[in-house]
Design a protein around this ligand. Sequence first.
Ligand SMILES: Cc1cc2nc3c(=O)[nH]c(=O)nc-3n(C[C@H](O)[C@H](O)[C@H](O)COP(=O)(O)OP(=O)(O)OC[C@H]3O[C@@H](n4cnc5c(N)ncnc54)[C@H](O)[C@@H]3O)c2cc1C
Length: 444
Amino acid sequence: MEKADCIVVGAGPAGAACAISLARKGFETVLLERARQPGEKNVASAVVFTPVLEQIVPEYLQEAPLERKIGDHAFVYLTGEGYGQLRMRFPEHYQQNLAFTVYRSQFDRWFAEKAVEAGAELLPDALVTDLVWDGNRVVGVKVGEEEIRANVVIGADGLHSVVGRKAGLVTDDISRYLLGVKEVLDLSPGVIEERFQLNEGEGACLECVGYPLNDICGATTLYTNRDSISLAVFGWVDLIREKSIDLNERLQMVKEQHLVRNLVGDAPVREYQAHMISDGGRVSLQNLFGNGVLLCGEAGGFVVFYVGISTGMLSGMMAAEAVDRAREKGDYSARGLGSYVSLLQESGLLDSLYDTRRFSNYLVKRGRENFPDFLQRSFDLMGEGLAGEFSFQPRAVPASREFFYNLEENIVPGFMRLPLRSMVKILDPAVRNLKRINARRKLG
Ligand SMILES: Cc1cc2nc3c(=O)[nH]c(=O)nc-3n(C[C@H](O)[C@H](O)[C@H](O)COP(=O)(O)OP(=O)(O)OC[C@H]3O[C@@H](n4cnc5c(N)ncnc54)[C@H](O)[C@@H]3O)c2cc1C
């Protein structure tokens, strides 16, 4: 191939969304994928939130390879054999088809096929190793010995983006990376529905913190597919390395934990994969584009609270729109592509990323040490509170006050501590008095 209008590197959700949008705008678009099939290199299954997908493929409900509709969510704190769980069911999420589990291998292939239907050319087995430059402008990519040229190159090649690195836009910040290992466990649809208390076709997501990942400030996720469960554990790469943790060992430990064991039992392993994800703290607006080059999806750091499929798709759509505006100006330099930032702002993505970045900063600077202690202490206090309520022992410090002290020590910024302490001291006797008055009233 001599020259295309646009080259999109990576046929994941971001790259395919970008290629679909570009092709529909009439750009001659080449979508390059290193794997033999899109999705082949991606971790087993995931939850896709559908509002963005629906904008791109309105008929996705009839066509996409979807597993279970998700409307049940649980946030769980795990201890060795115990747990605390907040489970929520949102009937409207089921009615609105808000989210589905999907197998990435099937979903990515289907989604990339939509780019082909829109008119893009998909080239699998095409590993991009370098960029082609004309002065300080990117004018193409190298696939092995071959050069493919274009007016714009869009890097949608995931966390380890070759395009981002070679263009000098991305540098590694390992403190913002998480490593995940995932198993897909076979379980029949009926057993899944019984164990997770679901109606036919419905699905649940469990997001767990605590045991056995406290030392790497990690999390466990459990998603229901049609006839399998995706069980994954995550931890911060720098902590895993520093403490020489074997993450697979932790995955096996979590499978022995009371709640998880009761849900997955001894379901056989169908698939196992490991993958890295950034935590959404990577986006730097100045580094999303350069002369003749743009980044979208994971490559650009578009992850909101560890969710990257719909944010990737949205950034891909915005990148295509920015290229379209650059075409109108006849200018594919960084200046011509600059509308990308305002488009991201208008789409609402930047605000979500801003919140994620603040959370990420908090975790990196402070929360990684304090958060696990805070959770464990809160859990203990709840247990002690429940037990104490019925043991009728006098307690020197009320559990509520201890709870606030724990919150204050671990979470609350310094300047808010004094007012919070005073408030708790005032509220404590007030609550006790109210309880007393109420008890007297009830006793007549
Ligand atoms: C264990 C785990 C579970 C997750 N679960 C969820 C979830 O449930 N929901 C959610 O929304 N997000 C989830 N995420 C995050 C999500 O997977 C990513 O944010 C999302 O895949 C990003 O999409 P992308 O298209 O930018 O990148 P990717 O999906 O990584 O796609 C990049 C594509 O580029 C190709 N590529 C890479 N380098 C080259 C190259 N040099 N040349 C050619 N092709 C190349 C790859 O093969 C790949 O197909 C999870 C992540 C992990 C690790």
